[in-house]
Write a protein that binds this ligand. Structure first.
Ligand code: SF4
Ligand code: SF4
Length: 137
């Protein structure tokens, strides 16, 4: 984990100081991969631009779409503030739980290569056997 900021120094969320980190992505929890297909599906996700995968500090896996919210103004304000989704209202409370204070990532993969090296280090049998070419191919 990276350096942890002290939440006791704040009595409200430091969103302007932060630069709206949480308004620049969508992350969705996914099942922990266990089968060859599931390992391979994650390689497929990572082949796409602006898609990352991370494991959090509770060992839960997530797919992360790096995409800026349409309601984020250039000065880091939310133009939907009064009607923003509940997930936005809840994020960061209690103070100290959002990514301004500490990285949510235990492990994060930005490329298929990073993920493949991780699986090799863990001795995971993720590679499909290549199908032999037929005479027609
Ligand atoms: S990550 Fe935390 S401090 Fe930063 S904008 Fe979101 S809620 Fe505010
Ligand atoms: S709706 Fe507002 S608070 Fe929620 S992600 Fe978008 S800019 Fe951020």
């Amino acid at each position: 984990m990276g350096s942890r900021k002290n939440p006791n120094k704040y009595d409200t969320l430091p969103c302007f100081e932060c630069g709206a980190k949480c308004c620049r992505y969508v992350a969705v929890e996914i099942d922990t991969p266990k089968t060859k297909k599931e390992y391979d599906d994650i390689r497929w996700y990572l082949l796409h631009e602006n898609i990352y995968i991370f494991i959090d500090h509770d060992n839960c896996w997530h797919i992360e779409f790096r995409t800026r919210c349409r309601s984020l103004a250039d000065d880091h304000r939310c133009i939907e503030y009064e009607t923003r989704p509940q997930i936005c209202r809840d994020h960061g409370w209690p103070i100290g739980t959002c990514e301004f204070f500490a990285s949510p990532y235990k492990v994060r993969f930005k490329t298929p290569e990073e993920y493949e090296r991780y699986m090799d280090r863990k001795k995971i049998d993720w590679r499909y056997k290549r199908r032999p070419k037929t005479a027609k191919e």
